[in-house]
Design a protein around this ligand. Structure first.
Ligand SMILES: Cc1cc2nc3c(=O)[nH]c(=O)nc-3n(C[C@H](O)[C@H](O)[C@H](O)COP(=O)(O)O)c2cc1C
Length: 167
């Protein structure tokens, strides 16, 4: 698939089939994440991949906006060392993973991590040290629904040539 096709195809998927995602495919997703740009090339990220049902269910119970982790067969957790640009860096890695997932025909959804009240609990559950920031959790699985794009703001509304002008 062409990159722009994968970008256009990507949409949050929260409903998955009960079918595991092979380890080599999950590794491909992390490989896409680690290739993201990072400020000053610090690469502060650490990726924890979870496929154990019990841990996925525990996370679903902790994270109110991620209850669909109960259906997911995998989750990639993006932690970052507490650097100046950890949030931008970790977010770039997260988006790379989402695009790669779309490219591979997987369903995935970004689940909030940073600044969330459950961040410390998630960190502790997954063996993280207190210096690690939880940037995101990415639920992953084979989609059980047709992937439908959300309505995004149209290009004519968001594109400003040369100078910003309210529309
Ligand atoms: C920083 C961030 C946090 C998000 N957190 C959640 C979340 O906790 N739970 C969830 O279901 N979706 C979450 N999303 C996904 C958004 O709801 C989704 O991207 C948005 O509705 C647009 O839909 P689309 O991804 O299908 O284009 C998050 C997205 C971002 C960028």
């Amino acid at each position: 698939m062409e990159t722009l096709e994968a970008v256009a195809k990507r949409a949050s998927v929260r409903d998955y089939m009960n079918q595991p995602v092979p380890r080599d495919i999950l590794e491909k997703l992390v490989d896409a994440g680690r290739r993201a740009p990072s400020a000053r090339a610090v690469e502060p990220w650490e990726f924890v991949v979870i496929t154990e049902r019990g841990t996925l269910d525990t996370l679903a119970g902790i994270i109110s906006t991620g209850v669909f982790l109960k259906q997911a067969t995998a989750c990639i957790v993006v932690f970052c060392q507490d650097t100046k640009y950890y949030l931008e860096d970790g977010s770039a890695a997260t988006e790379n993973i989402l695009i790669a997932a779309a490219d591979l025909g997987l369903g995935a959804c970004w689940i909030a991590g940073d600044k969330k009240p459950y961040a410390a609990q998630v960190c502790e559950l997954l063996g993280g040290t207190p210096d690690l920031k939880l940037v995101s959790l990415i639920s992953v699985g084979w989609p059980a629904e047709d992937i439908r794009q959300n309505k995004h703001r149209p290009i004519h509304q968001v594109l400003h040539w040369g100078k910003y002008s309210p529309k």
